[in-house]
Design a protein around this ligand. Structure first.
Ligand SMILES: Cc1cc2nc3c(=O)[nH]c(=O)nc-3n(C[C@H](O)[C@H](O)[C@H](O)COP(=O)(O)OP(=O)(O)OC[C@H]3O[C@@H](n4cnc5c(N)ncnc54)[C@H](O)[C@@H]3O)c2cc1C
Length: 309
């Protein structure tokens, strides 16, 4: 089956095999069996942070639809396939805060941990106490340090990453008055609605650039950005005049330049070609190398960017 239906960018080819797993035991036994057999295994949540190649993804793709969430005191235990927003809601209903920033971030808790998802100066790794991973055909609990988290990064995102699958997650969240939790969540949601385009996307395509020296040099940044040493990728792309830049069905957002949109039938090649063009322009104009937040999946060996005319 085509991965287009399992990704928010609505693009990409076929895996060799595809399974959907809905409970923890089936997920763990499927992953362990594949790992023991030396099969290339990719687990996807909502596919909201990936761009699979048109040439497909070698090996087996497992769609993680595990969902269980339980709470005891300040400890929340959830399957890695639980929706990040469902985790926020379950926590809020038990007067546990911390995840207000998750409102509006699509995807699973497992996917959120892989990219250390965050917004509004918070990130999910802050609350992690233990993580259960299937690795080399065995399942074991690991400490958060094992993930080597940093800004939108973890050990599972590195080039040639360890073949580990997160199956369960334990978070410790602070007690908070529900009124304050919902007020903050509503406020974040409102800010998102103003910024996020309705077309198919994977959210921010590139990571923001964190560089204290550069943040003082680039003209036009706000004082807040300079103080926090952040140069938003969207700011750099917009400054290159690329809002609305388009190849086929792939377009840079007109509302937010760090959103790469599929505005109708875009191929993965068209989408990546636009990304390549934007990062080249930013490199030429500012000398800054943009790093993708979105992960390219599968076989890109024959990728050849389309040159716009
Ligand atoms: C409209 C929109 C807004 C967004 N806003 C934000 C935002 O504000 N902040 C932010 O950080 N991100 C944001 N994102 C990006 C994305 O939603 C997050 O990165 C999300 O956490 C990805 O979760 P997922 O389940 O969809 O992961 P997927 O896209 O399914 O997977 C991402 C990667 O993680 C791996 N993976 C997934 N699950 C597992 C697992 N259980 N074990 C091991 N590996 C796994 C996959 O193989 C893949 O490499 C946004 C995306 C969209 C579309």
């Amino acid at each position: 089956m085509n991965l287009r239906v399992f990704t928010t960018l609505k693009a990409g080819g076929n895996p060799d095999a595809l399974y959907i797993e809905r409970d923890l035991m089936s997920l763990e036994s499927r992953v362990c069996a594949l790992q023991s057999a030396g099969e290339n295994t990719t687990v996807l949540g909502w596919g909201s942070n990936v761009l699979p190649s048109d040439d497909g993804v070698p090996g087996t793709v497992i769609i993680n639809e595990t969902k269980a969430i339980s709470i005891q005191g300040e400890t929340l235990l959830a399957d890695s396939g639980a929706g990040f927003q469902d985790v926020f809601l379950a926590a809020a209903q038990s007067s546990l805060g911390g995840l207000e920033f998750a409102v509006g971030i699509p995807g699973t808790l497992g996917g959120a941990l892989v990219s250390n998802a965050g917004a509004y100066r918070s990130e999910v790794s802050k609350y992690l106490t233990r993580i259960r991973v299937a690795f080399d055909g065995n399942v074991e609990w690991k400490d958060p340090a094992w993930m080597e988290f940093s800004y939108r990064d973890s050990i599972l995102r590195r080039p040639d990453p360890v073949q580990a699958v997160i199956t369960q997650v334990e978070l410790r969240l602070p007690f908070r008055e529900p009124k304050f939790i919902y007020d903050d969540a509503r406020d974040y949601q409102r800010q998102r609605i103003g910024k996020q385009p309705p077309s198919a996307s994977a959210g921010s395509f590139f990571k923001n650039v964190i560089d204290a020296e550069l943040a003082q040099k680039i003209p036009g940044l706000t004082q807040g950005m300079r103080d926090n040493h952040v140069i938003p990728a969207g700011f750099l792309i917009e400054a290159c005049g690329l809002k609305g830049y388009r190849i086929g069905g792939a377009m840079i957002g007109k509302r937010h330049a760090n959103f790469l949109l599929n505005v109708g039938g875009a191929t993965a090649r068209e989408l990546r070609s636009v990304a390549v063009f934007a990062s080249r322009m930013v490199q030429e104009r500012f000398g800054v190398s943009l790093e993708e937040e979105v992960l390219y999946l599968g076989d890109w060996t024959r990728f050849n960017p389309i040159v716009s005319v």
